[in-house]
Write a protein that binds this ligand. Sequence first.
Ligand code: DGY
Length: 418
Amino acid sequence: MEGDLRRRALAVLERNHRDGYTVPAQGLYPFQWCWDSGPIALGWAAVGRWDTAWTELARLFSAQWASGMVPHIVFWQKDDSYFPGPEVWATGRNPPTTGLTQPPLAVSAAARLFAGDPDRDRALSSFRALWPHLVAWLSWIERARNGPHGASVIVHPWEAGMDNSPSWDQSLSVVPEVGNEHIERRDVATVSADQRPSSREYRQYLGIVEVLRTAGWNTERQPADSPFVVEDPGFTAITARAAADLAAVAAAAGVDGRESARLAESLGAGLHALWDDEMGWYRPYDVLTKSSVGPATSTGLVALWAGVPAARVHRMLARVDSWRSTLPAAIPTSQPDDPSFDPIRYWRGPVWVLVNWLVADGLAREGFTDQASALRTATRTLVAQSFSEYYDPRDGAGIGGQGFSWSAALTLAWLTEA
Ligand code: DGY
C-alpha cells in the first residue's frame, strides 16, 4: 500500500517533469511556478533523484531578476493553454517571466537539500552555487516588500499564492478591473468554474498587472505603484523561516549566515505584530486603508511554519478543531462560518496538502508532535484517493487540477516513509 502510493506519486512527478523543471499540473499550469518548485524539489529528493531536485531549483534561480526578485512564473516554452501568458506580462525578460514574486519556499527547500543530500560534494557545490541567489532574493524582499509593521507586503494576491482567499476581499474591492476584452480565461477549460476565482476577481488580477506593467516593472517601486498593498502573514512567515533555515545551515556550508539570522529575527517580529489577540489569529494588514482585514484563513495559519508562541498555538488549534465538527477533512483554508466561505472554490475553503504540511512541520518543531502526526494521517487519507490540487473539506473529494505535483511531491517527502 505504502509502496503503491509512492509509485503513483512518483508517476505524477515524472509525467509533469519537463526539461529541468516540473509543471504544477498539465494543461492548467504548464510552466515553472515559483513556490511549487520548493516542495517539488523535496519530492524528487525523497526518491533519491538529487540531481533532478537541485536542477529544479537551479532552473528557477536562473530566471532571477537583477533586482533579486524571483518571478512567480517562468514561461520556459510557448503554451497557449494558460492565460495570462508572456505577452500580457510584457516584462521583456529572457526567458519570459511574470513581474511578481511568490513566497520563497524554494529557499527553505535549498537548505533541506543541502542538509539531506548524501553526496556531500554535490551538496556543497550545489548549495554554494545557489547561495548568492538565495540571499539576493531575501534581501530584495526586505528592501522591496517591507511593510509598516516590519512584515512583508504583497502587491498582488498572486504573490501570496493563495489567490482568491477571503483575506484579500476587502483590499481587492477598490482595485480597478481590466476591460472584459482583455480576458481569455483558459483555467475554466480544465477545472469547473465554480472551483476557480470569479470573473470579477480575474478582471481585478489583470487590472493590477496592467497598472504594474504601465509603471514599467520596477520591482522596488511596486508597493508605491500598486493599488493593492497588504502585509501578509503567510508570505512573511515563509520568508522568516527561509532566512532562519539559511542561517541554520550556513556554517556547515562555509558561508556567512549572519545577515540571514538578522533577517529571520526582524521578519519574525514583523509577523508577530500581525497577531490579532481578539480573533486569536494572524491577520493581514491593508497598508492603504491602514486596517487589519479578513476572517481567519490559511495565510494566518501558515504563521505556524515560522514558529509561534505556545499559548497562541493552542488558541489557533482550538479554532481549527471547532471546524472539524462540520468539516471532517482538515484543514479548511478559510473560516467556515464566515459568509465568504466556499468549500469548493480554490482558496476560499478547500483543503490544501501544502498548507497542511507547513502547519504540521511548524507544529512538530514547536513540540506539538501529536497534533502534527494527526494532521499527517488526515492528509494521507486525502492523497490516497487522488493527487488533487485541493480537496472538499466536507468529504475529502479531490477537486481542482488533477495529477498535481506538490500533492504528489509532499506524499513522497512527508506522507510516506522512504
Ligand atoms: C493561477 O493561474 O491560477 C495561478 O494561481 C496564478 O499564479
